[in-house]
Design a protein around this ligand. Structure first.
Ligand SMILES: C[S@@+](CC[C@H](N)C(=O)[O-])C[C@H]1O[C@@H](n2cnc3c(N)ncnc32)[C@H](O)[C@@H]1O
Length: 281
């Protein structure tokens, strides 16, 4: 797995862009786009704001890794963070710089680069925050070493990773989506859309290989073109983040499309988002 493939994917599919109709379709009206994106994000994933409220950002040197549209960046700055950012793609960096400028949000710097080679000095941050990013980094051992390097002693790493023990992974991706694809596989019609892309992937890779969970997982978290995703339980977190001790963890977000599970009061057991707070060893 080559990082430029991952970079190309995120450059061409800026996180959440299509879900609110796309920045290009707004004729570059950034303000309207950010407003729509943020209200969509925090309506769908309202727990994020509550989680951020529970973290003390005030006057802390914070590095955010993996910025997407910069929605959480704005929230952290508004909660008092002395904020710096890093993203693999120029698309995200440009969007976030525009957001910070338009909304006059005080910050330190925004850099383009990778979590596996962080372009910031040793021991410069109290908090490294990374939501929905590090499960897309194949060389996670290098990334966690780099995060350890830039954190001050006694600092904190806060991540959201996809949860293995979740309704989404175990039932939706592991069973419903695989059965659905198998049932559609012999369709001769061109189905188009997301099903059509999965069918094209399956035909290119071979159906047995495509449906193997080690492969299928990549194509079922952030769209069928996504090159790389990993799902975590706490044992795997401890293994992959070996320079850290886990301080606390919790699961959020009942999400298992196409199953209508939003209302199920089971997010703390089977939620899709595993938040983990860690401290450097
Ligand atoms: C799924 S989006 C998450 C964005 C945002 N944190 C959120 O929750 O919406 C993943 C983001 O991480 C960035 N990314 C992926 N791999 C990265 C890496 N190795 N280093 C830094 N950023 C990375 C992508 O460019 C993309 O903007």
């Amino acid at each position: 797995m080559n990082e430029s493939e991952i970079q190309n994917f995120w450059n061409q599919n800026p996180c959440g862009d299509f879900q609110v109709g796309g920045l290009q379709q707004r004729r570059g009206d950034y303000q309207a786009f950010f407003t729509d994106y943020d209200s969509f994000r925090y309506r769908k994933e309202a727990h994020i704001l509550q989680c951020l409220d529970n973290i003390n950002f005030k006057d802390k040197q914070v590095l955010e890794i993996g910025l997407g549209q910069g929605a959480d960046s704005e929230q952290m700055i508004k909660r008092g963070a002395i904020w710096s950012g890093l993203d693999l793609t120029t698309e995200s960096v440009d969007r976030v710089k525009t957001r910070l400028l338009l909304r006059q949000l005080a910050h330190q710097s925004v850099k383009q680069g990778s979590a596996v080679q962080i372009p910031y000095d040793d021991k410069s941050f109290d908090i490294v925050f990374s939501h929905g990013v590090l499960h897309h980094v194949p060389d996670i051992l290098a990334a966690q070493r780099e995060i350890h390097r830039v954190l001050k002693p006694g600092g904190e790493l806060i991540v959201m990773l996809y949860a293995r023990w979740s309704l989404n992974y175990l039932i939706s991706i592991g069973f419903v989506r695989r059965c659905g694809l198998l049932a559609l596989y012999h369709q001769k019609r061109d189905l188009g859309g997301i099903f059509g892309q999965h069918l094209a992937n399956a035909r290119a890779a071979g159906i047995r290989r495509y449906l193997h969970m080690d492969n299928f997982i990549h194509k079922n978290t952030d769209g069928p073109q996504n090159p790389y995703s990993k799902v975590y339980d706490l044992r795997m977190v401890k293994k992959d983040f070996s320079s850290f001790n886990v301080v606390s963890s919790y699961k959020k977000f009942m999400h298992a499309p196409p199953l209508p599970v939003r209302w199920l009061p089971l997010e703390h057991i089977l939620g899709w988002h595993l938040w983990v707070h860690m401290q450097p060893v």
